[in-house]
Design a protein around this ligand. Structure first.
Ligand code: NAD
Length: 433
């Protein structure tokens, strides 16, 4: 099928390449000329493992192309996926201006029946809003508006797209659902479940899923606080809980609070949606408060370990919100670094992939070549993102570089006993030092 994917960011590019690999003819569209130019030169503008190979294979086989020409792409496509950003507004609600822009462009250029599919995470009612815009097009063509939320995780996006736990389709028209099944045909043979429902339920499934996962993270983070107070070990508690098949082991890793482009904005948005419907979503409101407090707690943790951060050098290992991505959006390292700088610390930092993005976000941070360069003359080394290369540090070399052997491990990467034996003062999250 001829497909246009509008918005070529983390989700749009993976969706475009994935749908092309499923055998569709895909054009990825973006208004960012530099992004499209880079892609047309064979360069991938984001870091996502395996994406370069998937893109180049499908480009070479003639099923994937990139353009800024929205009008031509809309006219050529039978199915149009909207994958533009839906960033948070200051009040927490989702900013739909990019989705609206695309809907208006589709209305303007529609030249036949179209499927218009929201891949972006959008508030309940957005599908109806897009329908309203398309009805005003006045050129006599009809569109079926569907919701098809995306559940991929940055860092394992290709695997998640190619083998999802489920495909959710919200639609009010049966023929449109059949066309969606054609687009995703290879997933049928893998017996991936398709959840077909109405548009509103589909839109809510995405927010409910992210809200629930964020709740799990905040829950274990509060358990970690309790562990520190009572002398329990959050790692053991999480294992003991996670082996219960009703709970499951995932999203029970205590850490510096959730970040990234999805959980913070989607939990804020679901709280806002509830408020619009005159309901106070108490659990989600609490999750947001806990996450904010946990981030502040991490600043205190480093400050307390140092005694007084004023005039001290802190080395931050890892800047991205999670490993295997260069995404800095809402990373917990942003309030961590700001908090430590406010208390007078000097920051040295290193991340394997996120340095270019980080450079645009921080002031007065020395960006280093690698973990060892970052460790030079540090009064404290903070492991903020659990990249594999930080799991296997040469501790002897680190010790010879730092000013004092003090590690604050916000991801519980190391064993406290081993660190003690290696001669480090070691602090982690929810475990005894
Ligand atoms: P992104 O910021 O990486 O990409 C959005 C792209 O849309 C940008 O390249 C931007 O230039 C482009 N764009 C904006 N307006 C446009 C227009 N009028 N025409 C063409 N292109 C336009 O965002 P993302 O991380 O890919 O997220 C996209 C959506 O997917 C969001 O709603 C997000 O919540 C959702 N989502 C993201 C993830 C994730 O892990 N990043 C996972 C699931 C769902």
């Amino acid at each position: 099928m001829q497909i246009a994917v509008i918005g070529t960011g983390y989700v749009g590019l993976v969706t475009g390449a994935g749908l092309a690999d499923f055998g569709n003819d895909v054009t990825c569209v973006d208004i960012d000329v530099s992004k499209i130019d880079a892609l047309n030169q064979g360069k991938i503008p984001i870091y996502e493992p395996g994406l370069d190979k998937l893109v180049s294979k499908n480009v070479q086989e003639g099923r994937l192309s990139f353009t800024t020409d929205l009008a031509t792409s809309i006219r050529a496509a039978r199915a149009i996926f909207i994958a533009v950003g839906t960033p948070p507004r200051p009040d927490g609600s989702a900013d739909l201006r990019y989705v609206e822009d695309v809907a208006r462009a589709i209305a303007q250029h529609m030249n036949g029946p179209k499927l218009v599919i929201t891949k972006s995470t959008v508030p309940i009612g957005t599908g109806r809003m897009i329908e309203g815009i398309l009805k005003q097009s006045g050129n006599g063509h009809t569109a079926s508006v569907l919701s098809n939320p995306e559940f991929l995780r940055e860092g394992s996006a290709i695997e998640d797209f190619m083998k999802p736990d489920r495909v959710v389709i919200g639609a009010s028209d049966k023929e449109a659902v059949e066309l969606m099944k054609e687009i995703y045909a290879p997933l049928h043979s893998l017996e991936i479940p398709f959840v077909v429902t109405n548009v509103e339920s589909s839109e809510l499934i995405k927010y409910a899923s992210n809200g629930f996962l964020a709740t799990k993270i905040s829950f274990i983070n509060e358990i970690a606080v309790l562990c520190e107070k009572i002398g329990a070990d959050v790692h053991d508690v999480a294992i003991g809980m996670g082996l219960d098949s009703r709970i499951g082991p995932k999203f029970l890793q205590a850490g510096p609070g959730f970040g990234g482009s999805c959980f913070p904005k989607d939990t804020s948005a679901v709280a806002d949606i509830a408020r619009q419907y005159d309901y106070n979503f108490q659990i989600i409101e609490a999750v947001l408060r806990v996450n904010h407090d946990i981030k502040e707690r991490m600043v205190d943790k480093v400050a307390d370990a140092l005694g007084d951060p004023n005039g001290k050098t802190v080395s931050i290992l890892g800047l991205a919100f999670k490993p295997e991505t260069d995404d800095m959006r809402d990373s917990p390292t942003i309030p961590l670094i700001a908090g430590l700088q406010k208390r007078g610390a000097t920051i040295r930092a290193y991340d394997p992939e996120a340095m270019d993005n980080a450079r645009t976000m921080f002031e007065n941070v020395s960006f280093c070549r690698d973990a060892y360069d970052a460790a030079k003359d540090a009064d404290a080394l903070v492991i903020a993102t659990e990249w594999n290369e930080f799991r296997a540090l040469n501790l002897g070399r680190i010790k010879s570089l730092v000013r004092q052997p003090l590690i604050v491990d916000l991801r519980n990467v190391y064993d406290p006993q081993r660190m003690k034996a290696e001669g480090f003062q070691y602090f982690s999250v929810g475990r005894k030092a």
